[in-house]
Design a protein around this ligand. Structure first.
Ligand code: AMP
Ligand code: FE
Ligand code: FE
Ligand code: ZN
Length: 281
């Protein structure tokens, strides 16, 4: 069984439609795939239909961008939550809207130094999609400023760049609480991905665990080996399960479907715990 619980479509910053993500998963020999677009569940219906067509198991999911009071970015995966839960929906809608204002500000800063317009960015965003820095990166690639998204993120789009602007994002413990309230299963995504920016210390894990955190995404290419040992220890101590996933973004990232996988036992635990929506098979 090959189970990959973290993938993005063009409903957020992936480059393929939800149906094409599922088709690619089938091609890659994946048995179960989770669609986890940033702050959106808009791809679930299309992915579900494709999953039945291709005989792939679909785990409906989402990845919520959060920020601690200290200003550290945390990504929270949610599986099988109720997409209509008012409290959760309100938070992600607020964040999605704030992403537009934030991108406009980043684009106006970038436009002082680079040939970039708002229209250039919007050209790379599917209608209604969650807007992110990857779309700005795509416009910079098209303008010939950088070679690819990877170069954009290692230079002008890093969180340490002078063009970087924050957007509203819920506190991670609040997000965990809302996911649980919506019947979902909250999993801390790439928790020790230090190359992306600052990472959180034990007190934040404690707050998230107290709020109902269920798992840790240990096996992810952005987690360095030293951090994984720490995560495995934490999982053991607090009875959290451990996942492994690709964080596939189509052509937007080098991450390949199935490059990290999750055990069938853990998928069964997620399915038992998630009551807000159902696995599609
Ligand atoms: P944002 O949520 O708009 O701040 O942008 C963050 C998103 O950019 C993350 O969800 C990643 O998927 C993506 N990202 C981060 N680093 C890279 C990278 N090096 N190459 C491509 N995409 C990246
Ligand atoms: Fe992304
Ligand atoms: Fe993430
Ligand atoms: Zn992701």
């Amino acid at each position: 069984m090959k189970i990959d619980l973290h993938a993005h479509s063009n409903v957020s910053d992936g480059t393929q439609t939800p149906a094409d993500v599922v088709a690619s998963a089938a091609d890659a020999g994946i048995d179960a795939i989770a669609l986890t677009d940033h702050d959106s569940t808009d791809g679930w219906a299309e992915a579900s239909q494709a999953a039945r067509e291709y005989g792939v198991v679909l785990v409906p999911g989402m990845e919520i961008s959060c920020r601690t009071a200290e200003g550290i970015s945390v990504h929270l995966l949610s599986y099988l939550h109720d997409p209509e839960h008012p409290g959760l929906l309100e938070e992600i809608t607020k964040a999605k809207d704030a992403r537009y204002t934030r991108a406009e500000r980043m684009v106006s800063l970038l436009a002082e130094d680079y040939p970039l317009t708002w229209d250039d960015v919007i050209h790379h965003v599917a209608p209604g999609a969650t807007l992110g820095r990857p779309h700005i990166a795509d416009a910079l690639v098209a303008a010939g400023v950088v070679e690819d998204r990877t170069e954009a993120f290692s230079t002008i789009l890093t969180s340490r760049s002078r063009y970087y602007v924050q957007h509203y994002a819920p506190d991670p413990a609040l997000a965990v609480e809302l996911v649980r309230a919506a019947g979902g299963v909250p999993v801390f995504a790439h928790p020790v991905a230090s190359a992306r920016g600052r990472i959180v210390g034990e007190p934040i894990y404690r707050e998230m665990i107290d709020a109902g955190l269920a798992g840790l995404e240990v096996y992810h290419r952005d987690n360095p080996e030293e951090g994984r040992e720490f995560l495995r220890g934490l999982a053991k101590k607090h009875g959290l399960f451990v996942t492994g996933s690709s964080d596939y973004h189509g052509a937007g990232k080098p991450n390949l479907l199935g490059e990290n996988v999750t055990s069938p036992e853990v998928l069964a635990r997620i399915e038992d715990m998630g009551t807000g929506s159902a696995v599609v098979r």
